[in-house]
Design a protein around this ligand. Structure first.
Ligand code: FES
Ligand code: FES
Length: 156
């Protein structure tokens, strides 16, 4: 059994220690907001936070997360009110939506580390998150809006 803290809740999971964290999150715990895109650390659809840092859960062994704090899109905020979530909603960012859990989880780390990112900062920080629908302009706009919301003391 592996003990996992996901979104501040403890789960005892019966999984091979080498199983990707993504598999455990989706298929064993049942939190399906985090997506499988490429499985080889190339797209960013599977980004979650491990102790507050963005990791690609498709290539992170579940054993690495044992006893650590895992946060998925479902646990990013109490009421979908993280500044990035609010901004994504305001700007109607998603098209098909598939990539956006990962986009938002990456954006949340960017906004914590750089509360007022320039376009260049955003492009650099988000380069690992691919969107097949090409929503990059709206992602950029939403991150600027999230930065404003955060400055005004938005949730989290
Ligand atoms: S599914 Fe993990 S990076 Fe693509
Ligand atoms: S909105 Fe479709 S992949 Fe990004």
């Amino acid at each position: 059994m592996i003990s996992l803290n996901v979104n501040r809740k403890i789960y005892q999971v019966d999984a091979d220690p080498n199983m990707p964290l993504l598999w455990v999150i989706r298929d064993i715990i049942g939190l399906t907001g985090t997506k499988f895109g490429c499985g080889v650390a190339q797209c960013g659809a599977c980004v979650v936070h491990l102790n507050g840092e963005a990791v690609r859960s498709c290539v992170t062994k579940v054993s690495r997360a044992e006893g650590q704090q895992v946060t998925t899109i479902e646990g990013l905020s109490a009421d979908n009110n993280h500044p990035a979530q609010v901004a994504w909603n305001e700007e109607n960012v998603p098209q098909c939506g598939y990539c956006h859990s990962g986009q938002i989880m990456s954006a949340a780390v960017l906004l914590r580390e750089n509360p007022d990112p320039s376009d260049e900062d955003i492009d650099a920080a988000m380069a690992g998150n691919i969107c097949r629908c090409g929503t990059y302009q709206r992602i950029r706009k939403a991150i600027h809006l999230a930065s404003e919301i955060q400055k005004k003391g938005g949730a989290k």
